[in-house]
Write a protein that binds this ligand. Structure first.
Ligand code: EPZ
Length: 420
C-alpha cells in the first residue's frame, strides 16, 4: 500500500488545475445506461471511484473506451442487470445504476451498499420512491431485487430528507418512465443540476432544474440520444486547495474552477481572514497571516458542504481562538479528529459538534486516513506540522482526488508517494 510523506513548508506558490467533479461524473456515467448512442464524456477525473463505476458498467456488458480528452461509454450491448457485491462494496455510489437499469430493462439486482466510515448511509428513500413509481422491491441475501411488472410510471415524490444520489437515481428512473414525475425536496447540488441539464438537452423535459421541486417528463421507454458533454469542475477539490492556501498562508490560483459553486466555502474562508480575486474560471486566494476562528454548520447545497467539514477543521486548528463545527448530515464524520489530535490539535467532541481550540502547533507523526475527506484534512495539517508526517491508507484519498501529490508538488509542497 502507498503512503504520503509530507514535510513542513514555509509556503506554496503557483497555479493548480482543478479536475472534473467526481460526484458529477458518477451519475453522468450511470446516465449512459439510458442512451441509445455512445456517450462522450469529457473532463472525467482520474480517480478510483470513476474507474470502479466504469468497470461495473463493463461487467454489465457496456464498452468504455478511453481517449486523451474523453471517455466514450456505449451501453447498447448492455445485457446484464446485476451489480454484484464485489464492486458495490468498494463504492456505495454504485447504487446510482439502480434507477437507470430498472427504468430501461424492468429489472435490476444491486448489492446493498452497506455502511461506510462516515455513517450508516441508508438508501431507504431511493427504494421508497422507486416503489411509488411502480417498482416491486425485495431484499434478498444482501441484494436489492427490483422489478417493474408494468413499467415505471411518473408520480409525485416527496423526499423526507434531501438526498443527492437519491435525487439523481429518481431523476434517471423518471427519464424513461411513463408520464410525469415530480420530486419535492430534491437535492440542488451542482452535480445534480448538471445531470438534469444533460438529460434535458437529450430530450427529457425537466422543469425546476436547480430548485427543490423537479418535474421530469418521461419518454415512456424511448432511449435517449445524449450529446457529448464536459463534467463540471470539482468544487470540493477546489475548496480543499483553497484551504491549502489558507493554512500555509500562500497565494494560490485555481484554474478551471466554477466560483459560483463555492459561495458558502468562499464566505467562510473570508470570515477566517482570506480575500479572493475571482474571474469566470479562476480563483486566487490572498490569505491572512492571522487566521480567525469560525462557526460552521454543514447542510445541503447551497449551504456549507459536509464534504468540506474535515478540511476546515484542519484549518481551524491554526486559527487564533475557538471554532465550532457542527456536522448535521452524517453521524460519524469526525474520524479525522483523533488523527488531528495525535498531531497536537486541541479538539473536543460533543455529539455532532466539534470545538477546535486554536492555535495549535502541530507536529508531524504517522497518521492514518479513514475516509476520503478526512484524508485531505490530514494532508492540510501535514503541510504546516513541524517536521515530517506520514499519511497511511491513502487509498481513501485516491478515490476522489486526481493526482493530489503531483498538484501540490507543482506549487512547492514537499510531498512524496512511497510504498509501505
Ligand atoms: C452524496 O452522498 C455525495 N456522494 C457525498 O460525497 C456527500 O457527502 C453527500 O452526498 C452529501 O452532500 C456522491 O455524490 C457520490 P445523501 P449521498 O443521500 O447521496 C440520509 C464525498 O466525499 N439518507 O445526500 O450518499 C443520509 O444518511 C462523498 O465525495 C437517508 O436517510 O448522500 C445522510 O444523512 C461522501 N436515506 C443524508 O440523507 C436515503 O435513502 C444525506 O445523504 C438517502 C440518504
Amino acid at each position: 500500500m502507498d503512503y504520503l510523506k509530507i514535510q513542513n513548508v514555509a509556503s506554496l506558490e503557483g497555479t493548480i488545475n482543478i479536475s472534473g467533479a467526481k460526484n458529477a461524473s458518477l451519475p453522468l456515467i450511470a446516465m449512459s445506461i439510458l442512451a441509445k448512442n455512445s456517450v462522450h464524456i469529457k473532463n472525467l477525473p482520474h480517480v478510483v471511484d470513476i474507474r470502479t463505476l466504469l468497470k461495473l458498467l463493463s461487467n454489465l456488458g457496456a464498452t468504455c473506451e478511453f481517449f486523451q480528452d474523453r471517455v466514450v461509454v456505449d451501453t447498447s450491448n448492455l445485457s446484464k442487470t446485476k451489480a454484484t457485491y464485489d464492486i458495490v462494496k468498494t463504492m456505495r455510489a454504485s447504487i446510482l445504476v439502480l434507477g437507470p437499469i430498472l427504468s430501461r430493462f424492468g429489472h435490476c439486482e444491486v448489492s446493498l451498499p452497506g455502511g461506510c466510515a462516515i455513517g450508516q448511509r441508508p438508501i431507504d428513500l431511493h427504494l421508497k420512491a422507486l416503489e411509488q413509481m411502480g417498482a416491486k422491491i425485495d431484499i434478498k441475501a444482501g441484494y436489492i431485487e427490483a422489478t417493474t411488472p408494468n413499467g415505471l410510471h411518473g408520480c409525485d415524490i416527496i423526499f423526507d430528507k434531501v438526498t443527492v444520489t437519491g435525487t439523481a437515481n429518481i431523476v434517471m428512473a423518471a427519464a424513461l418512465a411513463k408520464g410525469v414525475t415530480t420530486i419535492t425536496n430534491a437535492a440542488r447540488e451542482p452535480e445534480v443540476v448538471q445531470l438534469c441539464e444533460v438529460l434535458h438537452a437529450s430530450g427529457v423535459t425537466i422543469k425546476g432544474i436547480g430548485t427543490a421541486i423537479l418535474e421530469i417528463h418521461g419518454t415512456d421507454g424511448e432511449l435517449l440520444t445524449i450529446e457529448e458533454f464536459c463534467v463540471i469542475p470539482d468544487r470540493i477539490e477546489a475548496g480543499t486547495y483553497l484551504c491549502a492556501g489558507a493554512i500555509t498562508r500562500s497565494e494560490l490560483t485555481l484554474k478551471n474552477v466554477e466560483p459560483k459553486h463555492l459561495g458558502a466555502v468562499l464566505s467562510k474562508l473570508e470570515e477566517m481572514g482570506s480575500r479572493f480575486t475571482i474571474t469566470d474560471d479562476t480563483i486566487t486566494i490572498h490569505p491572512s497571516k492571522n487566521i480567525k476562528p469560525v462557526k460552521i454548520v454543514t447542510q445541503e447545497y447551497p449551504a456549507f458542504p459536509t464534504d468540506m467539514q474535515a478540511q476546515f477543521m484542519a484549518l481551524a486548528t491554526q486559527a487564533e481562538g475557538v471554532s465550532i463545527i457542527e456536522e448535521r448530515l452524517f453521524e460519524n464524520r469526525f474520524m479525522h479528529v483523533s488523527e488531528l489530535q495525535r498531531m497536537g490539535a486541541d479538539i473536543t467532541l460533543n455529539g455532532n459538534t466539534a470545538t477546535v481550540n486554536g492555535k495549535s502547533d502541530l507536529y508531524g507523526t504517522d497518521v492514518m486516513a479513514t475516509d476520503l475527506r478526512a484524508s485531505s484534512a490530514l494532508v492540510l495539517a501535514a503541510l504546516v506540522a513541524d517536521k515530517e508526517t506520514n499519511i497511511h491508507r491513502i487509498y481513501h484519498l485516491d478515490r476522489g482526488y486526481d493526482s493530489l501529490e503531483k498538484k501540490l508538488h507543482l506549487v512547492g509542497a514537499k510531498i512524496q508517494r512511497l510504498k509501505e
